[in-house]
Ligand binder design. Structure first.
Ligand code: NCD
Ligand code: ZN
Length: 473
């Protein structure tokens, strides 16, 4: 017996749309057919006039548990995701303690069991945990995170030497390494000078992290990825400049993907005065020319996906007259979809392309395709049901995240996910969280094994020579 039929809606995938009904059985899409042709089900929901898209897949959220649960935890974070039409999140390791060993990974897995949407867990690649990496791979982390630049949690950025070794170890697993691609040493130097000179206003945050920190970091990471065959992902693309090393690496055949976040598309240096320290995020929101270039790159495919860097903090932590003392980041997992759908409503992007960048591309890049990222028979029934005409206003008190302070306060949006379905179950319905869904979320385990990439390491003949020498000794 079919569990659920969604009838009368328009199904939109990355490549096409159709007026069709969707049947779901045991959490999986069991049939798609012309309206009214799929027979009976335990529940039939009329979605006439609405659009059905694959649920959002957000590769970049900070849910803060363990350690910083006054900002967020796995329950509130995934509730915010459910409200935002997001059915899978990948959670970052800069918790306290960080996710840098098997023990800490297991502890986080236990905490994540209360999630209401599906999730992946990042393991850390840092200066001091290289020996832990094989264990983390074996234990089942979904990807790795490498903070090339310092940020919240003050994790030590690895030296290029440690990074290279980490890449060498991770490459054969096929797991992707997500990079906070800003070079720590440049920023530390700049910020120290600005602080010493008493330059404390918000705009100096950009001055401390000029575009070159991102350009240099992306270029360097791409070279290490090419050398080792590691798959990499550039997080929160903020500048026009870093698009060039990203596009060049793609052209060279490096398996590199990139994401941007709404703040880099919708805000720029002209907003610092109005928003003050609330706008502080790493990397910084830059200039109008950057947002224009990133928007174009998102349309052309140089930037592969939209994520949120959901980074909640309390109002006290976000508000400070001295910019260097304000915590970096803000929540986003709940507001990304309404913000982006507003652009679809305004005709700046097709809904099909939005599906590609919000769901299909992340699913492919992180090994979840074809189980996730599409509405198709056999795929998991992760669906956001959209009312493309629904108008809302972003307000702190309406957010489900614990850290509510957002630079998008007061912004009007058009288009919203009015239901969110995770593996066949409503977790959000009619803009309200559903009861009894605590713990419905599961870790994405069946990461599709991708073929092992080929390293360009040209030391191979040296390796053979060294082996001979060691055998003779
Ligand atoms: C993030 C956080 O608060 O955890 N902050 C941020 O400014 N982006 C860390 C990060 O993603 O770099
Ligand atoms: Zn980051």
């Amino acid at each position: 017996m079919t569990d659920l039929i969604l009838t009368g809606g328009t199904v939109v995938n990355e490549g096409a749309r159709a007026h069709a009904d969707v049947a779901i059985t045991d959490g999986v899409i069991s049939a798609i057919g012309l309206p009214g042709t799929l027979g009976d089900a335990a529940e039939i929901v009329d979605v006439t006039g609405l659009h059905l898209i694959p649920g959002g897949i957000d590769m970049h959220v900070h849910f803060r548990e363990p350690g910083y649960t006054h900002k967020e935890d796995w329950e509130t974070g995934t509730q915010a995701a459910a409200m935002g039409g997001v059915t899978t999140v990948f959670e970052m390791p800069n918790t306290h303690p960080p996710t840098r060993s098997v023990k800490e990974f297991r502890e986080k897995q236990a905490l994540a069991e209360k999630a209401c949407v599906d999730y992946g867990i990042y393991g850390l690649l840092a200066e001091d945990n290289i020996d832990e990496i094989p264990g983390l791979i074996e234990a089942g982390v979904n990807a790795f995170k490498c903070f090339m630049g310092n940020t919240f949690g003050n994790l030590p950025s690895p030296s290029t030497g440690a990074m290279l070794e980490g890449f060498e170890i991770i490459a054969p697993s096929g797991l992707r390494i997500s990079l906070h691609a800003e070079t720590a040493s440049i920023m530390a130097w700049r910020q120290a000078k600005l602080e010493a000179a008493g330059k404390n206003s918000p705009l100096y945050h950009i001055a401390a992290r000029p575009e070159v920190v991102a350009i240099e970091a992306v270029a360097r990471a791409a070279i290490l990825a090419e050398w080792t065959g590691a798959r990499v992902h550039v997080l929160h693309i903020s500048s026009a400049g870093e698009l060039r090393p990203l596009a060049e690496a793609k052209t060279r055949g490096v398996d590199i993907t990139g994401e941007t976040c709404p703040c880099y598309l919708f805000l720029d240096s002209s907003d610092y005065d109005r928003l003050g320290s609330v706008i502080r995020v790493n990397p910084p929101v830059r200039e109008k020319k950057d947002s224009i270039a990133i928007w174009e790159a998102l349309q052309s495919g140089v930037v592969d996906m939209i994520a949120t860097d959901h980074a909640p903090h309390t109002p006290e932590e976000k508000t400070n007259d001295i910019i260097w003392k304000a915590d970096c980041g803000f929540p986003g997992v709940e507001t990304q979809m309404p913000l982006m759908l507003s652009e679809v409503a305004a005709g700046r992007m097709t809904l099909e392309h939005y599906v590609r960048i919000s769901s299909a591309n992340p699913a492919r890049a992180f090994g979840m395709w074809p189980a996730k990222g599409r509405i198709a028979v056999g795929a998991q029934a992760d669906i956001a049901v959209l009312d493309m005409a629904r108008e809302e206003v972003i307000r702190a008190e309406r957010l489900h995240s614990r850290g509510k302070i957002t630079p998008f306060e007061g912004r009007k949006t058009t288009g919203a996910p009015i239901h969110t379905i995770v593996r066949g179950r409503f977790v959000q319905r009619d803009r309200t969280l559903c009861d009894g869904v605590r713990g419905h979320g599961r870790q994405v385990t069946a990461i599709q094994k991708m073929p092992t990439p080929t390293p360009r390491n040209t030391d191979q003949s040296l390796a053979a020579l060294l082996q001979q020498q060691e055998a003779a000794e």
